[in-house]
Design a protein around this ligand. Structure first.
Ligand SMILES: *Cc1c(COP(=O)(O)O)cnc(C)c1O
Length: 366
């Protein structure tokens, strides 16, 4: 049982609001896959899955063990494993997870295992690389894939999919539309020769926002569920899902000339009231937020982080804030604050959220 006072509150209603926001952009028959990899973007994959399971058709995780965790928590919805490894094949089948087979090495290995068991019509997914150049078969692989699959009735291709490289970037429209067209061409070839028509999908959150026409049979929504639309306008339509809070452990009064924290990085120029908060860089609060680059909120007032961020603590300036030890501290409670942190850390909200350590207690607010 985690009894830590630093808590990440997950807002179930906000997650459902965000899911419905995307549903309303889509045809009623389009299936929804909720991406819950990386602990549900730093929240709690099991809790997120429980919140949305009745309203989605699929889940996706990156790795097999993430899928196993969902199964062991009683999630029965189909789960696509986006980045399985050959070493995980047995466990994948044992937990009825559905592998993305992205090259001949893993396709052949899976088919060999499926033949050995033997499995019947086991659901698999085939990914094509259309420009991200990360995982996936090339369009030139289609004849070999078809020849390989024809030899096996141990598996059934549940879906064909691809992933966009720059769906959030309006300057990359031409590239993105090319990816979509190339994917559609690959699908056409597979459909002509496979003998049945697997589901097809290519859109992530920003894909749904900018290229809804390419929704095909399913869309894969990750960051959107968690409140980010990758533009201020879209984010404004979404609700904040992650609220990170803590408490003041200690208040220290510092005289002019005295310093705070490691390397004596903060030097008081006047009498200063410093509050110590039990969250640090081991929890995902980047050292880049130290030295007044970041702030927390104490009793409604911004309190800048002073000195260097420690592994387990930060110190914040509360000189002008009426507060005492044990008072609540908001690390962030809206998307704009998370975006501000991301900006200061030269990163994106995805990284701020997924960096939140497992040490932080998770709590679902319904
Ligand atoms: C992570 C991921 C997604 C979700 O992307 P968002 O931008 O978070 O919506 C979709 N598809 C694949 C293949 C992914 O790896």
């Amino acid at each position: 049982m985690n009894n830590h006072v630093t808590v990440l509150e997950i807002d179930a209603n906000a997650v459902l609001h965000n899911l419905n926001y995307f549903k309303q952009k889509l045809k009623s028959e389009t299936k929804i896959l909720a991406v819950v990899k990386a602990f549900g973007y730093g929240s709690d994959a099991i809790e997120i899955a429980k919140i949305v399971e009745k309203d989605v058709d699929y889940f996706a995780v990156a790795y097999a063990n993430e899928g196993i965790n969902l199964r062991e928590a009683g999630i029965t919805t189909p789960i696509l494993v986006l980045h399985p490894q050959i070493a995980n094949i047995k466990d994948i089948v044992k937990h009825r997870l559905e592998p993305n087979l992205y090259n001949f090495k893993i396709l052949d290995a899976f088919l060999a295992y499926a033949n050995e068991v033997p499995l019947m019509n086991y659901p698999i997914h085939i990914k094509f690389n259309t420009g991200l150049n990360r995982l996936g078969f090339w369009h030139t692989d289609v004849p070999n894939i078809l020849a390989t699959l024809k030899q096996s009735n141990n598996v059934i291709v549940q879906s064909l999919f691809s992933h966009l490289a720059a769906s959030e970037d309006v300057n990359e429209q031409e590239f993105t539309i090319n990816q979509i067209n190339n994917f559609a061409y690959i699908v056409k070839q597979v459909y002509e020769h496979l003998g049945y028509e697997p589901m097809i999908h290519i859109l992530n959150t920003s894909g749904v926002i900018n290229y809804a026409k390419a929704q095909f049979d399913m869309v894969r929504i990750g960051i959107g569920l968690y409140g980010f639309g990758n533009t201020p306008n879209e984010t404004a339509n979404l609700k904040n899902t992650h609220l990170l809070k803590s408490v003041i452990s200690q208040i220290t009064l510092i005289k002019p000339g005295e310093t705070v924290g490691y390397n004596r990085a903060f030097v008081a120029s006047k009498p200063t009231k410093s509050a110590t908060i039990p969250i640090g860089h081991a929890d995902g609060i980047s050292r880049r937020l130290g030295n007044k680059n970041g702030f927390v909120v104490v009793n409604g007032q911004p309190a800048p982080i002073i000195g260097n961020v420690c592994m387990d603590m930060i110190m914040v300036d509360v000189t002008n804030i009426d507060c005492k030890e044990e008072d609540e501290v908001i690390i962030f409670n809206h998307q704009q604050h998370i975006e501000f942190m991301a900006h200061k850390c030269e990163t994106i909200p995805y990284e701020i959220l997924t960096a939140l350590s497992q040490r932080i207690k998770r709590l679902v607010k319904r």
